[in-house]
Design a protein around this ligand. Structure first.
Ligand code: PXP
Length: 267
């Protein structure tokens, strides 16, 4: 309440945080035991204020296992976002467990992590069917794409609810000029998403150090962050690692409402 006008002050929408906990399972699988406990990790993230838990059930099961997804689907209070390759086996698992969202990603057995975005423009018929099937099971669909206008348009055409813009090229840019260029591509792609019914998410390679400029994108709805949070958790604890990212998102959510254009475009 505003004590002078008795009106509720305008609170800009908060950019939401999905914590990707795959690497908790990576550590567990290093010994093929039961620790660290993936469900306990998800609960710590939830307690710290995360809006969503994200896991990638890979075809090669290198980290997250089927039982993890099964347990998370039953115990989470917050949303479960299942990242997945577009294969019949994983589609059937998603239909059965009904996570809140699936994020469709390209998957390649030899990659260290998800490398590029999904080529939606090149496989529209297949993706239209997969998305309709997910919608039939009450599951929302996000497509992980490069910040490319052609892929944004194709994602809207196949009926996606969200796109997740791949921030890897931004995060791994070799110098300041390249980083600026990648940031501009992200802003342009996000503007294009704003002209569609889809909502705009982002993820991959985001850290406490590089998140701020991305979080200023006016229509950014959610970020998914994994590696940096789990790596920071070794030194400061998982709840603190989640909270420091939430703190950046909260500040950026207020800042972007006050200054909605890109900083270098202001002057
Ligand atoms: N979003 C998607 C679609 C991903 O594939 C990944 C990596 O699994 C992430 C976000 C998280 O990336 P990072 O672990 O680099 O934060």
């Amino acid at each position: 309440m505003n004590r002078f006008t008795h009106e509720t002050p305008h609170v800009p929408p908060m950019i939401e945080l999905g914590v990707n906990i795959d690497h908790v399972a990576t550590l567990r699988e290093a010994r093929k035991g039961s620790r660290p406990d993936v469900v306990a990790a998800a609960k710590y993230c939830e307690k710290a204020g995360a809006h969503q838990i994200t896991v990638h059930l890979r075809e090669d099961r290198r980290h997250i296992q089927d039982r993890d997804v099964e347990q998370l689907a039953h115990v989470l209070q917050v949303r479960l976002n299942l990242e997945m390759g577009v294969t019949d086996e994983i589609i059937a698992i998603a239909h059965r467990l009904r996570p809140h969202t699936v994020c469709l990603v390209p998957e390649n057995r030899r990659e260290v992590t998800t490398e590029g975005g999904l080529d939606v423009a090149g496989r529209q018929d297949q993706l239209r069917d997969v998305i309709a099937g997910m919608h039939g099971h009450g599951i929302r669909v996000s497509l992980f794409i490069d910040p490319d206008p052609r892929q944004v348009d194709a994602s809207a055409e196949v009926g996606a609810d969200y796109v997740e813009l791949h921030t890897g090229a931004y995060a791994n840019a070799p110098d300041e000029a390249a980083r600026e260029q990648e940031l501009a591509r992200l802003w342009d792609a996000a503007n294009r998403v704003a002209e569609t019914p889809m909502r705009c998410n982002a993820g991959h390679g985001l850290t406490v150090a590089n998140l701020w400029p991305v979080a200023l994108i006016p229509n950014l709805n959610e970020v998914n962050i994994g590696h940096d949070i789990i790596a920071r958790a070794l030194f400061i604890g998982l709840e603190n690692a989640v909270k420091e990212i939430l703190d950046i998102l909260e500040k950026a959510s207020f800042y972007r409402a006050a200054f909605p254009s890109r900083p270098e475009q202001d002057g």
